[in-house]
Write a protein that binds this ligand. Structure first.
Ligand code: AMP
Ligand code: GLY
Length: 440
């Protein structure tokens, strides 16, 4: 963001371009649509069927920055909301905000480095004395292998670049750690993203994510949500992008949130500021609550997917105004509150996920799922993730296909209702976890 945009007034009518094509973005779009300031909502051409139903399709290819910027000018886009990490890492935030009347929700490439470079994140945390797992950075396989020989209590080997959630290996034995080091530094399975690795001490404890909006100065901590990463019920099987999420979660107590704000969020953003990097967007701290207090495992610089689905279901207030305030340093002037009801999102997946899966399968039962019997005060919202339209039909187009989300009095009830609705959705091989929000 250029300095001239700081404190720029939010126009009465805001045309928005939303970047990203998945479930998180459908949840953001659904909430943006409720804003009284929203003019036209534009989405990417290859966005899922839920997004293209509520947004107009941007005719320009997203990867042609020259044309995209000219199109933004023609369509009078005054707010760009960036969902995923890849455009943040490609500095879309800076490039698209290069206009006196357009602002971007999402940090610059320099701010997003907290996510796309785990070695940089470690360096910032050290400089800011943020509690985190001890770790060392390596580029040389021999040195890394010699180091893991000494890690008899286990360790965690992390590719430092963006690996779509696949670059972290928790190693209980030295042999596992050696294999993980060799995968990155010798076999180069992650390419450049794994050319530098971080070897961390193995921590133990419950995991909590804390997401905050940050305008470079002030914070709004969002009501905490928790996701389930393992594919199988009872948190078993391989890791996925997230099989479901719920909010609120009893794990993130007010005390914990206060500690995280004081010891993690504020010092991290201050350290960036000292490096002349104003951080504006979502700061997402993945934490492990150890006996010595919460320690940071990773930072993301965007909303989580699928945590955004229950968060947006519960968010009150105007999302256009919130994004605008975040992007222009005016967060202290807006109000943020959450529905007191709980929300639970159950992700319906394609057979084979998180491995390979078929695409193009016809999806039925969406209306029946929405019509699942529920009490007054309860709600069912179906967010699309990996879907598209083919010959007028909605078909599968990804591993995580739909996020069936319910709002109800308790997490348990929201979970039961979302699972009941998910059962009405059919495509060949569809599956979901019935225990989202129940194995706390
Ligand atoms: P990350 O992408 O860094 O959050 O790591 C993915 C997952 O690996 C986390 O959600 C944890 O379950 C696990 N993990 C990461 N770092 C550590 C650590 N230092 N100790 C134990 N588990 C970890
Ligand atoms: N659900 C975890 C993430 O979005 O990174």
């Amino acid at each position: 963001m250029s300095r001239s945009q700081t404190r720029l007034r939010c126009p009465d009518t805001v045309n928005v371009l939303l970047l990203g094509t998945g479930g998180r973005e459908h949840a953001l779009a659904w909430r943006l649509k409720k804003s009284k300031r929203l003019g036209t909502l534009w989405v990417e051409a290859d966005a899922n069927a839920g997004l293209t139903e509520i947004g107009r399709v941007c005719p320009e290819p997203i990867n042609d920055m020259f044309r995209l910027v000219r199109w933004c000018e023609r369509e009078n886009i005054s707010l760009v909301v960036i969902g995923p990490e890849a455009p943040l890492a490609a500095d879309y935030a800076t490039k698209l905000a290069d206009h006196p009347k357009r602002v971007v929700f999402g940090p610059s490439k320099a701010g997003a480095q907290l996510e796309w470079d785990k070695a940089f994140a470690k360096q910032v945390m050290r400089a800011a004395s943020v509690p985190a797992a001890d770790g060392r950075v390596f580029t040389d396989a021999e040195q890394a292998l010699a180091y893991v020989e000494t890690r008899v209590d286990g360790c965690v080997v992390k590719a430092t670049g963006l690996c779509a959630g696949k670059g972290v290996v928790v190693c209980k034995t030295i042999a596992e750690a050696k294999r993980a080091v060799e995968d990155c530094l010798v076999r180069k399975v992650f390419g450049d993203a794994g050319a530098t690795i971080l070897i961390e001490e193995l921590l133990d404890g419950p995991e909590v994510s804390v997401l905050a909006l940050c305008d470079g100065q002030s914070f709004w901590i969002l009501d905490p949500a928790q996701d389930h990463k393992r594919v199988g019920e009872g948190d078993t099987g391989p890791n996925t992008g997230g099989m479901g999420a719920f909010s609120p979660t009893p794990k993130a107590t007010d005390d914990l949130l206060r500690i995280v704000q004081r010891d993690v969020l504020v010092p991290t953003v201050d350290a960036l500021k000292r490096m002349d990097i104003p951080f504006r967007g979502v700061l997402y701290a993945g934490l492990m609550v150890t006996p010595a207090g919460p320690k940071v495992l990773e930072f993301n610089t965007r909303f989580g997917d699928p945590e955004t689905q229950p968060i947006m279901a519960r968010l009150k207030g105007d999302l256009v105004e919130l994004c605008w305030a975040t992007a222009t340093g005016q967060l202290s002037e807006v109000e943020l509150s959450f529905d007191r009801r709980a929300a639970c999102c159950v992700v319906v997946c394609s057979k084979g996920y998180p491995g390979s899966y078929p695409k193009g399968l016809e999806i039925t039962g969406l209306d029946e799922a929405r019509a699942t019997e529920h009490a007054p005060g309860e709600e069912i919202i179906i967010f699309h993730a990996g879907t598209t339209r083919k010959n007028g039909q909605i078909v599968t187009n990804g591993g995580r296909v739909l996020g069936v989300t319910a709002l109800a009095e308790t997490v348990e009830r929201a979970s039961a209702l979302a699972s009941e609705a998910a059962a009405k959705i059919h495509f060949d091989g569809a599956f979901y976890r019935r225990d989202i929000g129940r194995t706390l």
